[in-house]
Design a protein around this ligand. Structure first.
Ligand code: GTP
Ligand code: SPV
Ligand code: MN
Length: 597
C-alpha cells in the first residue's frame, strides 16, 4: 500500500481510519521540504493560510480558526478506560466507557473526509533514537495540523524506521468534521494508546502529539514504566559562581508564564556578571531517574505553541525573535499595510487599521472598552525551537538534562508568597498538590476564577489524580538525588489590583535564590508553609520594586493559610477521600497544626 512502512499495525490503523472517514486520497508525510512547500502552497490556495510579508516575516503564515474553536475544551475532553475508577476522580476531564466513545466518535466521523485528503503524519515526541523518544501516527484532514505538527514534533520517515516491523506507537485520529462545538470530542484511550479528536481544528485539541499524547497518554505510560510526564518548562541557568549550568523544571498552568520564564533574559546587572538562561522546553517535560540518582528531563517537543498577546521585545525578546521566520500564527490580527501580524501589547500603539482575528475590519477605537481586542486572547504562534536565540545547547541531547530544582506556581492574587521551598520531597509533592490558580483564556470558560490545579496538570492527567500523587511520591523514593521543590507566585496583587512583583526578567532574582538554596549557600526562615527567603537575600538592586513591597511579598499570613488549609481539606475529602496518599494527608495535618500555633 505504501513504500513508507511494512509495519502491519501502522498500515492497519491507516486503513481502518480511511474506512471510517472515506477520504478521496491518502498522503503520507515524509518530512521533506518539497512536500512541505507543496502543502503550504495548497493551503494558501484554499485560504486556509495567508502568506505574510516575505521580507519581514519569511516563510510565515496566518491562520484563522472558526470563532467557536479557539481554545482547549476541557469539559469535552475524556479519558476512556475500562474502569471509571482508574480515571476518576478528575472533575475537569471526564470519563467515558471506551466502546461507547469509539462508537460515538467514529459515528460522527463517518464519511467526513469524502472529497478530502487524509494525511498520515509519522512523528516522534523526543529526539528519535533517545531513551525518551515515543512514536506517534496522526491521521488528519487538515493541512494546518500537518504543518503545525512539522514544527512542533519531529516528523518523517525516520519515525517509521524507528518503529520497525513491530514497535508500538500512539494512534491519533483527527477529523475536522463540521467544527460543530456540540459534537466536539477529545478522547483518550490509554489502554489502547489511542487518541480521537473530532469537530475541532484548534491547537491543543488537534495537534495530538502535544497535550493529548505527551501529557494525557504519557502520564499513563510514565505510571506503568516508571517515569513522569509533566506540564513543565525546562530552563538552564549559568551563573558566574557555578562550575556548570544548572537546570530547573517548572509547572505553571496554561498562560501563567512558562514560555516567558523558559526564555528569560536576566536583568542587566545579572547579565554583566555572566548570568545566562537557556531554554530546553517551554511546555512539557518528560522526566526519568538516571543511574546517578538524579532526575533527568527532556522536552518531547520541537517547537513552541506560545501565547501571542503580551509577547513583545521587552516582555519576551527571545520568543518574539523565534517567530520571525517559519512560523504559523493562529488567530492574531492582520495588518494589511505591510502584510504582517499584530496582537495586543506587541507595540504600545496599535496600527490604525487592521483585520481582527476573525477577519473583520478593526480600528483601535473599537476596543476602547477592552472588549474587542484585535487578536484573540488565546491567539498563538507556532515557532520552530531552533529559531529561539537562547535555545539550549542541550536541546537535542538524548539523555536530557539533570534537574537541580522543580518549581510550581500559579496565578494567586493573595495568600501565596513570592517564593518558598518545601521541607522535603513529599512536602514538595503536597505543595504541588495544593496548587490553585486563576483561570485563563487557554481553555474555554470563565477567566479569572480561582480553581484547584494540582501540579498545573488538572486538565492533562490521564488517570486518577490520587494515583498520580502517589506516583510522584514513588518517584521521589526512586531518586536518591531528587531535585529540591519550590513554589513561586509572580501574580500577587496590591489593594488596587496591580501586580506587586515586576516579574518577567526580574524572576531571575528568585531563581538565583532557588539555586543558592539547592547548594545550601543561603539561609532561610522556617515558616508554617516551608522555607522562605529573608528579604535581604533577594537581590532587588536595579529592580522596579521597593524593599517594603518585597517584605509584603514574603509574608505568610497564618489566618489566610489556615482558611486555605480548611478549604484544601474539603477539596481532598470531596475528590479523593481514602485514595489520598497518607504522605499528603500528613503534610496537610502539619500545615494545619503550624497555622494554629
Ligand atoms: P501555555 O502555552 O498556555 O501553557 O502558557 P505559558 O504558561 O507558557 O504562559 P506564557 O509564558 O505564554 O504567559 C502567559 C501570560 O502571562 C502572558 O500574557 C504574559 O505576559 C504573562 N506573564 C508571564 N510571565 C509573567 C510574569 O512574570 N509576571 C506577570 N505579571 N505576567 C507574566
Ligand atoms: C496550554 O493550554 O497549556 C497550551 C496550549 O500549551 S494548547 O496546546 O492548546 O493546550
Ligand atoms: Mn501549556
Amino acid at each position: 500500500m505504501t513504500e513508507f512502512t511494512t509495519n502491519k499495525k501502522v498500515l492497519q490503523f491507516v486503513e481502518e481510519s480511511a474506512a471510517i472517514t472515506m477520504p478521496d486520497k491518502i498522503v503520507w508525510i515524509d518530512g521533506s521540504e518539497e512536500q512541505r512547500a507543496a502543502l503550504k502552497a495548497e493551503a494558501c490556495r484554499t485560504g486556509e493560510l495567508i502568506k505574510l510579508n516575505e521580507e519581514k516575516l519569511p516563510d510565515c503564515y496566518l491562520h484563522r480558526t472558526k470563532p467557536n474553536d479557539v481554545a482547549r475544551v476541557e469539559d469535552r475532553t475524556f479519558i476512556c478506560c475500562k474502569n471509571e475508577a482508574d480515571a476518576m476522580p478528575h472533575s475537569i476531564v471526564k470519563w467515558m466507557d471506551p466502546q461507547k466513545a469509539y462508537d460515538l466518535a467514529y459515528g460522527i466521523a463517518k464519511g467526513k473526509m469524502q472529497g478530502k485528503t487524509m494525511y498520515v503524519i509519522p512523528y516522534s515526541m523526543g529526539v528519535v533514537g533517545s531513551p525518551f523518544s515515543k512514536i506517534g501516527i496522526e491521521v488528519t484532514d487538515s493541512i494546518y495540523v500537518v504543518l503545525n505538527m512539522m514544527i512542533m514534533t519531529r516528523v518523517g520517515k525516520m519515525c517509521l524506521d524507528a518503529l520497525g516491523e513491530d514497535g508500538y506507537f500512539i494512534k491519533g485520529f483527527h477529523c475536522s468534521c463540521d467544527i460543530d462545538p456540540e459534537n466536539r470530542y477529545i478522547m483518550h484511550f490509554p489502554e489502547d494508546n489511542t487518541i480521537i479528536s473530532v469537530n475541532s481544528a484548534y491547537g491543543g485539541n488537534v495537534l495530538l502529539g502535544k497535550k493529548c499524547f505527551a501529557l494525557r497518554i504519557a502520564t499513563n505510560l510514565g505510571k506503568n514504566e516508571g517515569w513522569m510526564a509533566e506540564h513543565m518548562l525546562i530552563l538552564g541557568c549559568k551563573r558566574p559562581q557555578d562550575k556548570e549550568t544548572k537546570y530547573i523544571a517548572a509547572a505553571f498552568p496554561s498562560a501563567c508564564g512558562k514560555t516567558n520564564l523558559a526564555m528569560l533574559i536576566p536583568p542587566e546587572e545579572f547579565r554583566n556578571k555572566g548570568y545566562e538562561i537557556t531554554c530546553v522546553g517551554d511546555d512539557i517535560a518528560w522526566i526519568r531517574v538516571g543511574e546517578d540518582g538524579r532526575m533527568w528531563a527532556a522536552n518531547p517537543e520541537n517547537g513552541f505553541f506560545g501565547v501571542a498577546p503580551g509577547t513583545n521585545e521587552s516582555s519576551n525578546f527571545n520568543a518574539l525573535a523565534a517567530t520571525k521566520k517559519g512560523t504559523i500564527f493562529t488567530n492574531v490580527a492582520h495588518n494589511p499595510a505591510d502584510n504582517t501580524v499584530w496582537w495586543e501589547k506587541l507595540t504600545k500603539k496599535a496600527p490604525d487599521f487592521m483585520y481582527d482575528w476573525t477577519g473583520e475590519p478593526w480600528t483601535p477605537a473599537m476596543n476602547a472598552d477592552g472588549k474587542h481586542p484585535a487578536a484573540n486572547p488565546n491567539s498563538r504562534f507556532t515557532a520552530p525551537a531552533e529559531n529561539c536565540p537562547c535555545i539550549s545547547p542541550e536541546f537535542n541531547s538524548k539523555e536530557g538534562v539533570p534537574l537541580s530544582a522543580i518549581m510550581f506556581g500559579g496565578r494567586r492574587a493573595t495568600t501565596t508568597p513570592l517564593v518558598y521551598q518545601s521541607r522535603d520531597w513529599n512536602h514538595g509533592v503536597f505543595v504541588g498538590s495544593i496548587m490553585s490558580s486563576e483561570t485563563t483564556a487557554a481553555a474555554t470558560g470563565a477567566v479569572g476564577v480561582l480553581r484547584h490545579d494540582p501540579m498545573a496538570m488538572k486538565p492533562f492527567m490521564g488517570y486518577s489524580v490520587a494515583d498520580y500523587f502517589q506516583h510522584w511520591i514513588n518517584m521521589g523514593k526512586k531518586a536518591e538525588k531528587a531535585p529540591k521543590i519550590f513554589n513561586v507566585n509572580w501574580f500577587r496583587q496590591d489593594e488596587n489590583g496591580n501586580f506587586m512583583w515586576p516579574g518577567f526578567g526580574d524572576n531571575m532574582r528568585v531563581i538565583d535564590w532557588i539555586l543558592d538554596r539547592c547548594d545550601d549557600k543561603v539561609e532561610a526562615q522556617e515558616t508554617a508553609i516551608g522555607y522562605l527567603p529573608y528579604a535581604k537575600d533577594i537581590n532587588i538592586s536595579g529592580a522596579d520594586i521597593d524593599a517594603a513591597t518585597l517584605e509584603k511579598l514574603l509574608v505568610v499570613d497564618k489566618a489566610r493559610w489556615s482558611a486555605e488549609a480548611d478549604e484544601i481539606e474539603a477539596y481532598y475529602n470531596e475528590n479523593f477521600g481514602d485514595k489520598l496518599p497518607k504522605e499528603i494527608r500528613e503534610n496537610l495535618a502539619t500545615l494545619k497544626a503550624n497555622c494554629s500555633k
